[in-house]
Design a binder for this molecule. Structure first.
Ligand code: 0L1
Ligand code: MG
Length: 252
């Protein structure tokens, strides 16, 4: 490796802060997945050093189509901070080339140290959205690149929390994403590993492997029900999931 983990993280952090795309790291670095996760942790460490607090995790590559596209057979994850919580208004001028996708989210009610504990620790389930913003030119990357870039995480929003026992089976909820009243994506929560609960369990497994506990109050963004679409300025986005209501954001 030519540049240190810290130098790579600094480059990604500066790209995000300046809303300026950079060449993917693997254009000049022989980056592996393990090192990429160290870069990701360093990027998040820089945000926390500026006062942001960890707010949860996001799961990526949770659809079979995305896994095949990237040539991978497992999910990836990124870390969420409180500053990424979007809405009701989101300023997109601070982003490079944002996209938005409809998600199912879980609220962690008590600390999860073992994957076996995660189902019982869920205190809420909600419809949500994720704002993706690759810090790489052309939104193009390899697997280690996107891991280092915190799985393209840029923002997220949530509808109201529902009791997970009352919400019931999440494995095939109809989901719709509208921009300014026009339907731009329709799908099913089944696109998220066949059932978003599988993604929740994968989050607990990755957290355990990384030596991180899922903390009370954290959000697990389980993954997207459809492909992401470009997020325009001066738009209103509404995402609904059957039985879970809506999550909305207005962009400026
Ligand atoms: O599934 C996702 O949240 C996307 C992970 C990162 C890849 C991308 O930016 O599309
Ligand atoms: Mg996502």
């Amino acid at each position: 490796m030519r540049r240190s983990v810290g130098a790579l993280a600094a480059a990604l952090d500066a790209a995000a802060r300046d809303a300026r795309a950079i060449p993917k790291l693997t254009a000049s670095e022989p980056l592996d997945v393990g090192t990429a996760y160290r870069v990701q942790r360093d990027v998040i460490g820089r945000r926390c050093a500026r006062g942001e607090r960890l707010a949860g995790v996001k799961m990526g590559f949770t659809s079979r189509a995305k896994m095949i596209q990237m040539g991978v057979d497992d999910v990836i994850w990124g870390l969420l901070t409180d500053a990424m919580l979007a809405g009701p208004v989101l300023e997109v001028s601070g982003l490079v080339h944002p996209r938005i996708e409809p998600e199912i989210a879980f609220l962690i009610g008590r600390e999860v140290r073992s994957p076996a504990d995660v189902d019982a620790a869920v205190a809420g389930v909600a419809v949500g959205f994720e704002v993706l913003d690759s810090r790489y030119e052309g939104f193009e990357f390899t697997l280690p690149d996107v891991i280092a870039d915190n799985a393209s995480a840029a923002g997220f929003g949530l509808g109201g929390w529902h009791d997970p026992r009352a919400a019931g089976d999440l494995s095939n909820l109809g989901m719709i994403m509208e921009i300014d009243g026009r339907v731009v994506q329709t799908g099913s929560s089944a696109a998220i590993l066949g059932d978003p609960v599988r993604s929740l369990r994968a989050a607990a497994r990755l957290a355990h492997d990384a030596g991180i506990a899922l903390e009370p109050g954290w959000v697990v963004l389980a993954g997207a029900a459809t492909a992401a679409v470009p997020l325009p300025k001066d738009a209103h986005v509404r995402v609904t999931a059957a039985g879970l209501g809506a999550a909305e954001v207005t962009t400026r």
